[in-house]
Design a protein around this ligand. Structure first.
Ligand code: ADP
Length: 630
């Protein structure tokens, strides 16, 4: 038997604990929800594992969670007869934080960017006990009379751990030595049965295991033999109740139980599927983007129940990755209780549920978009980038997703859908125009927009990282082509206009030939070709990609991912009616060379690309300033 030893907390664990203890005041009562959730999870896990290993339980189990407050001793004990933990598991689960993003979270907190709400999204779990207790003991056993592990800590730096039999056998008991709070802090007395009763009702009513508490029957003067068990929760699986019976508060509390979020969800979808596959589901769209949302190892997915038995949390197979922001539960009678992780991936019923859930979520999102634009835009700002990934992954069937996309645009302050864009299209407009760029400002000011704008056409501005790819997939909407204004083949003119422009270009071509030849010579290493173009109206030059070449934005993405970017020379287009070229035509060769370089660099800067030697560029500009002032 191992003797009692003292261990120090992992540095991040301690930091988080300090945070719990010193800077969270307003939500102390949620510790009860967290500990009851853990107790309930432990029992659900046992129920599930005993399906395949009946030796874990001794037959007719009486599962229960028990609250035992003691006002004189100022303690509160929460015990369960769930799965329990081994010695190693206690060290692993309680002394270390396995949760992804802990470091990043603590950094945000240090920089004071993390509000109290953020810690809610982070999910504090067991450690929230230290919000109300100055000493916490945890006594747990995986079963077997002689086993048991006793863990204890005051939350400052270290904990003790030893093997001690747990007389009740399998399960976990957590004892909180409650802090004394000054009255003005307005903290409830968590050893008061009334307080506990109301907190259970508020946060944990739907937990499927009975939460018991001894309560005095009759007059308080009578002795303790008059105490009897009272069940504090209704234990009704929320999802089996009729939506018309459920209050927003109940949905919201259940959401918090499932996700550990502190904020209310943005939207709740209670969905009962009937037909080829039957299941019930409660789905939530969070109101905030979790701070660790973009972390690779972040868990997502829904909690899966089969016939009311909890099977698996974070079940990713139930939703496509582009809906990974949706949280909630699914309960089906059509699955076997013995489903394992491996089976889940290819189970036909799971695939059906996946499909039905995807359709339901997409149509619910459409409904929100149509009926509650403000909420939808909030959802979009949080999770729109993720939704867009669906355009890339949905093989062909993204028509529903197309309707859900929102865009910035050149003519509207507000976000717009493709449908709204089409509605505003000018007579004679042949395509939906779009512009990709690094930032909104840069996209808006791009010289590539000049011609389209002069025609009065609206352009969608796409500045998300994924947009380069989205555009490559999203080629058509309502039979209208989506066309990038960066593309070489952009054609905005009527036949007559084209004819007139071509004639004009011919004149310019003859006139500017000596200059263009000289420019081609100067820039032969940088560009594929130099062409006169009618694309621009105000700016002198721009760079365009020839058909197959990667667009500038794609190049930047590839570069940022550390990928080799194929050297793809681009086409340098010049606006022959710009006065600079007439002036350059007359200038000496050396000036022509110098200005050609400058114009090329300007074109790069305008599209948001980097230029090789910014300092040299600036110096040149300064010397030109001096020249012009002389
Ligand atoms: P979370 O519950 O979000 O995983 P916690 O910090 O609350 O985080 O708990 C960490 C882990 O400790 C749990 O995942 C679980 O494995 C274990 N644990 C906590 N409470 C209990 C309990 N009452 N019975 C068994 N295991 C528990």
């Amino acid at each position: 038997m191992m003797t009692k030893i003292q261990k120090t907390f992992q540095a991040e664990t301690q930091e988080l604990l300090d945070l719990m203890i010193h800077s969270l005041y307003s939500h102390r009562e949620i510790f009860l929800r967290e500990l009851l959730s853990n107790a309930s999870d432990a029992i659900e896990k046992l129920k599930f594992e005993s399906l395949t290993d009946s030796s874990l339980i001794q037959g007719g189990e009486n599962y229960e969670i028990r609250l035992s407050p003691n006002a004189e001793a100022r303690t509160l004990t929460i015990s369960d007869n769930g799965i329990g933990m081994s010695y190693e598991e206690v060290v692993q689960n309680i002394g270390t934080i396995a949760r992804s993003g802990t470091k990043a979270f603590l950094k945000l907190k240090q920089e004071n960017k993390a509000s109290t709400d953020l810690i809610g999204q982070f999910g504090v779990g067991f450690y929230s006990a230290f919000m109300v207790a100055d000493r916490v003991t945890l006594h747990t056993s995986k079963g077997g009379v002689h086993q048991g592990v006793l863990w204890e800590s005051d939350g400052s730096g270290s904990y003790s751990i030893e093997e001690t039999p747990r007389v009740q056998g399998r399960g976990t008991t957590i004892t909180l030595h409650l802090k004394k709070f000054e009255d003005e802090e307005g903290v409830s007395d968590f050893s008061d049965p009334w307080v506990l009763k109301s907190l259970v009702k508020k946060y944990s009513d739907f937990i499927s295991t009975p939460i018991q508490m001894k309560s005095k029957k009759g007059k308080p003067t009578e002795d303790s033999s008059a105490e009897e068990d009272e069940t504090l929760n209704s234990q009704k699986a929320l999802w089996l109740r009729s939506p018309s019976d459920l209050t927003p508060q109940e949905y919201s509390d259940f959401y918090k139980h499932v996700t550990h979020d502190w904020a209310d969800p943005a939207k709740t979808i209670h969905y009962k599927a009937e037909g080829s596959i039957e299941f019930v589901s409660i789905l939530y769209i969070p109101s905030q983007k979790p701070f660790d949302y973009d972390f690779k190892d972040r868990k997502s997915g829904l909690n899966l129940y089969v016939k009311r038995v909890f099977i698996q949390g974070d079940c990713e197979e139930l939703l496509p990755p582009y809906l990974r922001f949706v949280r909630g539960i699914v309960d089906s009678d059509d699955l076997s209780l013995n489903v394992s992780r491996e089976i889940l991936q290819k189970d036909r019923q799971i695939i059906r549920i996946h499909k039905a859930l995807t359709n339901k979520i997409l149509s619910s999102l459409k409904e929100i978009l149509d009926t509650d634009r403000v909420s939808y835009e909030k959802i979009w700002l949080n999770f729109g980038q993720t939704l867009k990934e669906g355009v890339l992954s949905e093989s062909g069937g993204y028509s529903k997703l197309q309707e859900l996309l929102l865009f910035r645009s050149t003519t509207s302050e507000n976000l717009t859908t493709l449908g709204e864009y089409v509605h505003r299209m000018k007579p004679g407009q042949k395509a939906i125009y779009l512009m990709t760029g690094e930032t909104l400002q840069q996209a808006q000011n791009s010289p590539y927009l000049e011609k389209v704008r002069s025609k009065g056409f609206e352009v969608l501005l796409m500045t998300d990282k994924v947009d380069g790819w989205v555009v490559s997939r999203l080629t058509e909407y309502e039979k209208l082509p989506l066309q990038s204004v960066l593309s070489e083949s952009l054609d905005l003119n009527t036949d007559e206009e084209k004819k007139a422009e071509e004639d004009q270009l011919k004149v310019f071509e003859v006139k500017l030939k000596p200059l263009v030849d000289s420019m081609k010579n100067t820039l032969k290493d940088q560009v594929q070709d130099i062409r006169l173009s009618t694309r621009l109206t105000d700016s002198p030059v721009c760079l365009v990609s020839s058909g197959e070449g990667a667009t500038a934005q794609m190049e930047r993405i590839l570069k940022s991912m550390g990928q080799a970017v194929p050297q793809n020379k681009r086409i340098f287009e010049i606006n022959p009616s710009h006065p600079v070229f007439e002036a350059m035509l007359e200038a000496p060769k050396s000036k022509q060379e110098e200005f050609s370089e400058l114009l090329y660099q300007q074109a790069l800067l305008n599209e948001g690309s980097a230029i090789d030697d910014l300092v040299k560029y600036s110096k040149k500009i300064t010397s030109l300033m001096i020249d012009s002032l002389k």
